[in-house]
Design a protein around this ligand. Sequence first.
Ligand SMILES: Nc1ncnc2c1ncn2[C@@H]1O[C@H](COP(=O)(O)OP(=O)(O)OP(=O)(O)O)[C@@H](O)[C@H]1O
Length: 743
Amino acid sequence: MEKLEGMISDIVFKNEENGYTIAYLANEDEEVTIVGCMPTLSVGESIEVEGKWVTHKTYGTQFEVSSFMPVTPSSLEGIYAYLSSGMIHGIGEKMALRIIEKFGVDTLDVIQNTPERLKEVEGIGAKKIKQITESYEENRELRNIIMQLSPYGITPNYCLKIYKKYKDKAISVINKNPYKLAEDIRGIGFRVADDIAKKLGIDKYSKDRIFQGILYTLNQSTSNGNTYLPLSVLIPQAVKVLDVEAEHIKEGVIELAYTQKIHVEKDNNDINVYLMPYYMAENGVCREMIRLSQVDFEDLKINIKHEIKMIEKEDGIKLAQNQVMAVKEAIEQGVVIITGGPGTGKTTTINTIIKVFENNDQKVILAAPTGRAAKRMSETSNKEAKTIHRLLEMGFGMDSDELTFMKNEEDPIDADVVILDEVSMVDVVLMYSLLRAIKSGTRLLIVGDSDQLPSVGAGNVLKDLIDSEVINTVRLNEIFRQAQESMIVVNAHKINKGEPLKLNVKGKDFFFIKKEGDDILPEIVGIVSERLPKFYGVDKLKDIQVLSPMRKGNLGVNNLNIELQKSLNPPNKYKTEEAFAKRTFRVGDKVMQIKNNYTRKWKTEDGSNSGHGIYNGDIGYIYYIDKEKKEIFVIFDGMKIVTYKYDELDELDHSFCTTIHKSQGSEFPIVVIPMTWAPPMLLSRNLLYTAVTRAKKQVVLVGDVKYLEFMIKNNRSSDRYSNLAVKLNKFKKEGLLIENDKE
Ligand SMILES: Nc1ncnc2c1ncn2[C@@H]1O[C@H](COP(=O)(O)OP(=O)(O)OP(=O)(O)O)[C@@H](O)[C@H]1O
């Protein structure tokens, strides 16, 4: 490979379809013909090309370009992004600004050719110049990527990811097909790629664009919980995204189906379109559920009546009929779902089942979808419960840097009985991974409350499994006396039935404070910071959680966090703080990890214990801010210290208040919820139900009763496109075990 540098003196030919270009490249010595895919080239641009000399039978000697990159940056923005990215030792954000103020668009030219001139900038001496020129040379490729892409709003961090993925081919990959970025780089989506493509002059009807637009539409829809979209729904959505006619979408869907990126399936009068992983997962869950439930389970010769009697005596309770049935089904049928609302005895039933099996030498494994749910399960059962991810031994594969599960059909979970709790939070993809790692003959208990909000990820697994009526289900519907004393439990059931609630019963745990409009916010701040902690003797940060249905607005999570921070953790000269564009992080702030990060490291203060993995919804407190190193230290679970660099703070949010969605699977002693106007889709029954059931000791609703009534009546269940229930029936009826679906 050879390299040439020069200025484009003329463009002889350019194919707009595929970017093939013939141009003249001139430098001090010569003018040569260059040919290749260079769709962005313009006359007057200085570029560096890499490639080889070839002889064309008509046109003679030409330089065939395999990659090219501009030599001068496209904008000051790009130069700034590069200089301030932290990749040049000795230059921070302020210094980068000073240098650019001095040299403007010539900055890089100065660094490259007359670095001694950097002395003209205040604060730069000979040592710094050496540092700067050395690292400038070291990251040449990355520099080009940063400068080319930062004008599109791509941060240096993403540029680094792009560089790691494509190495020195990055610029040519992007020039050829910017949509590759959306496919390959996590965090860069179709919109950004499309923006780049537009600026590169890529045709609106190009196939890559149509494909990526369809995949993007389907991806968006899975993040809304759907496992597929009917074609009749997909088409108008994709038309909107791509701004092309429906026929292009139809053609795109057909072609994509051939590439196995999507799967299409006839469904009555429509066609269901799946992204491949969701198709595999939906079919997989059906297949695995049928595999697990159709086994002739070993007869354990357990005298169930006797066992139950013994346990009842030990625990001083008498199991209700349905609880006994659940125990029997678990032993006799092997695969069973136990469902019920709060206080209906799920935990008591699980504990009885654990005892019966363990008394009969069966190895019982407990698991739940989140760290918090697993912790609670451990506490109530006195037995270790793992997160599903830990149970499946998530780790890095032999020769990949992708996270995978080590437990699977080849190396299944070693257990006689697996008990899963809080299954309403398990999505279809995780369920499939779990089921395939359970060997035939292992008993499986699926426990959860199907009236809770469905999983964040796609599917509505628990509800679908129950609705299918294919899997044995025991519904616990009796609220026990002890639970009945709690208005939280009583009202939760009333919410589910759409009945009016019992509010402000003296001495009970469910209160409504009537306030209107602008009075709601100060009331919430007041009760959280003063009255509730004083009255109940609880910690205002740890024990009280404000939950809001929405992010925006006066009573949305964002504003409530600002207002609660002022009162619960105000500025203080002994507390370091750092202000960012939209928020200020201060030592002592209550914060939440807002995405799963399986690899993020934590360690205890004395370093005696360490591990990795901080998960969506984990709540911690800011412990220390290192302004020099630009790092924030957060303590989770009272002992796990995690360091976030400033540019990783997109994983962290304040959590004086959180959304109800984010509170799924968590429990708090006291929960405070504003009752106010929000988009109707957010004011739903099962959102209220989930919020209320997060509280263990006290629920306080503050606002206007009419919104409470609206929520109770609004039974718009979060319908999702999911075909699990239908398919389970079909699989069962046809006795299908579609082997060729297996990955
Ligand atoms: N058969 C029973 N007889 C009497 N009390 C019972 C019985 N089963 C459960 N309880 C009591 O009812 C209360 C709720 O039971 P449990 O915690 O098992 O329900 P749950 O469905 O797990 O509730 P939650 O979802 O709120 O955790 C507990 O105080 C428990 O001791």
